[in-house]
Ligand binder design. Structure first.
Ligand code: HEC
Length: 97
């Protein structure tokens, strides 16, 4: 009897944990939120220290490369952002140009 009970408990706990990890995995990072990190130097249609989103390259690879590795006074975000977060930012830039 107690055996069955503890098994049920283990099963229930793993179902619960599974549901929690699925919930966080299914929520992609928001490019708009992440862009707050960039907004000291970038805006959608105004030049700041860096170019406006409207004047950025439309080439996904160029965008990803500059965000990852940096360029001149543009800091690289390798190791600070995950590739999933960088993809979300690239998507945000392309949507707003
Ligand atoms: C300290 C200021 C600064 C911050 C913070 C910054 N950038 Fe930049 N960024 C620049 C500058 C300056 C350039 C122009 C580099 C050059 O071409 O010499 C640039 C260039 C770029 C480019 C290349 C555009 C093109 O078409 O060549 C992209 C893409 C970019 N930034 C995205 C981002 C993103 C996304 C973030 C936030 C994660 C960010 N930047 C944060 C200053 C900054």
């Amino acid at each position: 009897m107690t055996m069955i009970r503890s098994c049920t408990k283990v099963l229930f706990t793993s179902l619960l944990l599974g549901a929690v990890s699925m919930a966080s995995a299914s929520e992609p990072p928001s490019g708009q939120k992440l862009f707050k990190k960039c907004s000291i130097c970038h805006a959608i249609d105004k030049k700041k220290l860096g170019p406006s989103i409207k004047s950025m390259s439309s080439d996904e690879e160029v965008l990803r490369q500059v965000i990852t590795k940096g360029k001149n006074s543009m800091p690289g975000y390798e190791g600070k952002l995950t590739s999933v977060e960088i993809d979300a930012l690239v998507g945000y830039l392309l949507e707003n140009r």
